[in-house]
Design a protein around this ligand. Structure first.
Ligand code: SF4
Length: 86
């Protein structure tokens, strides 16, 4: 299961993520500036690849994805350790 968060301090409201993955991201007005947020009730697993593309395309790196599943050469699934490393 992946977890997706927006760092609203970093987000510049460019709308790139919401146009790349409109099923997952939307722009909302926060105190007069547009910020991205993750829609409620979205199937993040199903949209995982698109979410990661949007994360990679976000210039200020405001999209935080935790719990990505990577496959090693043996085909075993290894959970990303990013959250523990922080
Ligand atoms: S792509 Fe990044 S900066 Fe642009 S709206 Fe989405 S989270 Fe914010």
């Amino acid at each position: 299961m992946i977890k997706v968060e927006i760092d609203k301090d970093q987000c510049i409201g460019c709308g790139s993520c919401s146009s790349m993955v409109p099923d997952v991201f939307e722009l909302v007005d926060v105190d007069g500036s547009m910020k991205a947020q993750v829609k409620e009730g979205v199937d993040l697993e199903k949209n995982k690849e698109a979410i990661i593309s949007a994360r990679d395309a976000c210039a200020p790196q405001a999209i935080i994805v935790d719990g990505e599943v990577e496959e090693d050469e043996g085909g075993d699934e290894v959970l990303g350790e990013k959250s523990q490393a922080l």
